[in-house]
Design a binder for this molecule. Structure first.
Ligand SMILES: *[C@@H]1O[C@H](CO)[C@@H](O)[C@H](O)[C@H]1NC(C)=O
Ligand SMILES: *[C@@H]1O[C@H](CO)[C@@H](O)[C@H](O)[C@H]1NC(C)=O
Ligand SMILES: *[C@@H]1O[C@H](CO)[C@@H](O)[C@H](O)[C@H]1NC(C)=O
Ligand SMILES: *[C@@H]1O[C@H](CO)[C@@H](O)[C@H](O)[C@H]1NC(C)=O
Ligand SMILES: *[C@@H]1O[C@H](CO)[C@@H](O)[C@H](O)[C@H]1NC(C)=O
Length: 184
């Protein structure tokens, strides 16, 4: 009888230790910012519809700005933009960026992005979901890669934005340096 009780407590103790050590392992696993498990540097081209010729446009404002400040506050733009591996608009697209951004600050240009990168090439098939604030005044901005599917199953990481070009009011290009720290 005492032996059974003893074995049983030992079993409980062991299970506790195993559970405990696996959870501490998960938390103490160090992620090195300089060591992503996958990295993709892509360029995002946004050609916003200027109201006359739609053939070239890949995005359009669906809500106009408000009267709060002069930084397009409230303007919402929906996009289906090409992603290329270099900064040429006419290079073949390796993915599409589909989603939206809106300007949300009264005192400066600041956008909030939420979109899916859709890969459908021989190299990658799958999606990455990105969201976060684009504080346009900063040289680089980090947005979160919150998840992925397909070749990017359960991925997480950081997408670092850098403004590469702004031409007039209707075209801008961002470099997106996508670093994944969780790859499965
Ligand atoms: C929009 O773009 C077209 C073609 O580039 C140009 O002809 C037209 O003048 C532009 N319209 C506005 C309102 O800027
Ligand atoms: C719109 O732009 C396209 C691409 O540059 C051009 O081929 C087309 O003729 C233009 N259409 C109009 C109505 O200006
Ligand atoms: C198409 O987009 C390119 C890149 O911004 C621009 O140079 C060109 O004028 C655009 N053409 C039309 C017809 O809008
Ligand atoms: C947005 O509002 C401005 C005036 O504040 C106007 O000039 C512009 O045409 C509007 N744009 C759209 C797409 O309605
Ligand atoms: C992916 O590409 C294949 C082959 O080009 C095509 O048949 C399929 O419809 C595409 N899928 C999506 C979601 O675009």
């Amino acid at each position: 009888m005492t032996r059974t009780v003893h074995t049983f407590s030992l079993f409980i103790l062991l299970s506790f230790l195993i559970l405990h050590s696996s959870s501490t392992l998960a938390h103490s696993e160090k992620l090195n910012e300089k060591n992503p498990c996958k990295r993709l540097v892509l360029y995002y081209h946004d050609i916003r519809f200027n109201g006359t010729n739609a053939s070239n446009a890949t995005s359009a404002a669906t809500a106009n700005h408000t009267k709060l400040g002069k930084f397009d506050h409230g303007m919402l733009v929906v996009f289906d933009d090409p992603m290329t591996t270099d900064n040429h608009l006419l290079s073949p697209a390796v993915a599409r960026a589909q989603g939206f951004y809106f300007y949300d600050m009264k005192t400066t240009y600041n956008a909030w992005f939420s979109y899916t990168l859709i890969f459908n090439s021989s190299e990658y098939k799958g999606t990455l979901n990105v969201m976060g604030a684009d504080m346009m005044g900063e040289e680089t901005r980090d947005l979160s890669v919150v998840g992925g599917t397909g070749d990017f199953f359960m991925a997480r990481g950081i997408a670092t934005f850098r403004t590469d070009a702004v031409q007039g009011d209707y075209y801008f290009r961002l470099q997106m340096d996508i670093k994944l720290y969780e790859c499965y």
